[in-house]
Design a protein around this ligand. Structure first.
Ligand code: LHQ
Length: 253
């Protein structure tokens, strides 16, 4: 259901259920959560997420027989822990959206700190089309990313949002030709993996913590994170490189 490859310090995780457009079977969701929990300890310094075949993910697996009776309990058991684990990762995430990202699959793609989309990719809040509400964090993520008007339109109308539109709305960082998507995504992931990992992890944490806080609370959160970043080897390496007019080499420590 998942393939994990190491490419230097980059962990590349591919959803491998192309026959269902990488539908999120609970086993896949739990497997991804387990992988996420081990990445930093294994020395990975960036996670690259993508899908095999012509899709990133079609969202919840609707074809596996009986659907769960209590969807709330299902979310609590499978999706929510995954989203929490990804949000708590101390390393950056790059999403390479290689086709449709629908329903919870859209939420998964949006967990990327940097999101690259192939030109033929599209985003679909498919939930309403089957009588459900957005989950896996979409209600929280979308209005923050694209503003209320666009978020409501996506969530209520359940229409496809093309990669180009997603770019113009600020939902993704870059749109590239399909043929070069993985190459570009790998380059970006490698670049991040060679940067000061602790500071990148702290930037993720700050971005999340300060999302809904006051300026005063954001300043306090920055104080805590900056103390931690200031204690890293990469900070010293960065300053030394700057003063020596050389390029910094960062160990991630
Ligand atoms: C699929 C799926 C799929 C299984 C395509 N599952 N097989 C919900 C419920 C439970 C728990 C908690 O959370 C949730 C939250 C959600 O994520 S709700 C949203 C669930 N996802 C959807 O409603 C999307 C359903 N899929 C589609 O609307 C279309 O397949 C899209 C627009 C994604 C792609 O359309 P096409 O490119 O035309 O492909 P297709 O429809 O022909 O699909 C190709 C195959 O993949 C097909 O199988 P087949 O055997 O006929 O080739 C589909 O049945 C299968 N597939 N999505 N989610």
């Amino acid at each position: 259901m998942l393939r994990l490859e190491r490419d230097g310090a980059v962990a590349v995780v591919t959803l491998t259920r192309p026959e269902t457009l990488n539908a999120l079977h609970p086993e896949l969701v739990d497997g991804l959560r387990e992988i996420a929990g081990t990445l930093a300890a294994q020395g990975a310094r960036c996670l690259l997420l993508t899908g095999e075949g012509r899709a990133f993910s079609s969202g919840a697996d609707l074809g596996g027989g009986e659907l769960p009776e209590d969807l709330g309990a299902f979310l609590e058991k499978h999706y929510n822990p995954l989203m929490e684990a990804l949000a708590a990762l101390p390393i950056p995430i790059v999403s390479a959206v290689n086709g449709v990202a629908a329903g919870a699959g859209c939420s998964l793609a949006l967990m990327g700190d940097l999101i690259l989309a192939g030109r033929s990719a599209y985003f679909l809040q498919a939930f309403i089309n089957i009588g459900l509400v957005p989950d896996a964090g979409a209600n929280w993520l979308l209005p923050r990313f694209v503003g209320r008007a666009r978020a409501m339109e996506m969530m209520m109308l359940g229409e496809r949002v093309s990669a180009e539109t997603a770019l113009s709305w600020g939902l993704v960082n870059r749109v590239v030709e399909d043929a070069v998507l993985m190459e570009e995504a790998r380059d970006l992931a490698q670049r991040l993996a060679a940067m000061p990992t602790r500071a990148l992890g702290l930037i993720r944490r700050l971005a999340r913590e300060t999302e809904a806080s006051s300026l005063a609370d954001a300043l306090k959160a920055e104080r805590v994170a900056q103390k931690e970043a200031g204690e890293s080897e990469d900070f010293r390496a960065g300053v030394t490189a700057f003063l020596g007019k050389t390029k910094g080499v960062f160990s991630g420590k």
